[in-house]
Design a protein around this ligand. Sequence first.
Ligand code: TYD
Length: 139
Amino acid sequence: KVDDCEIVSLPKIHNNAGNITVIENNITIPFDVKRVYYLYDVPMGSERGGHGHYELQQYIVALSGSFTFVLDDGICKKEVFLNDPSKALHIRPGIWREIKNFSSGSICLVLASAMYSEEDYLRDYNEFLNYRKDDTSTF
Ligand code: TYD
């Protein structure tokens, strides 16, 4: 459910010379990170996402700038604004997401629980709704 996609505070080591944030497998992040990628040079006004995943879990961090994730579990929607590199959004399996309002120069870091697999994508919204309707276990 979208309510289970929470914002997590990451460890922050702060001193006069700036900050370090650390993410360690299975400690600060509840899954094995199999893939890291980032979105950048997103033109103003562009929207990304527009898909769901059957299994994939992700941690999303606004490394620079800001953007908004719109999460949808087929029943409820919620918007999450990210602009803090010491916070991560945990996206659980079976969530439709859209990403909008990228600020200029923003960088969206994604830590993912699996390698890229097109078979894990739900790219059609009606297909996603049907899948969620049948998937009573997660409701
Ligand atoms: P997609 O996940 O649809 O992008 P977004 O959600 O950011 O809008 O991916 C866009 C394209 O990039 C798609 O053709 C698949 C490709 N891609 C890879 O080849 N490997 C990857 O790890 C990712 C995330 C995308």
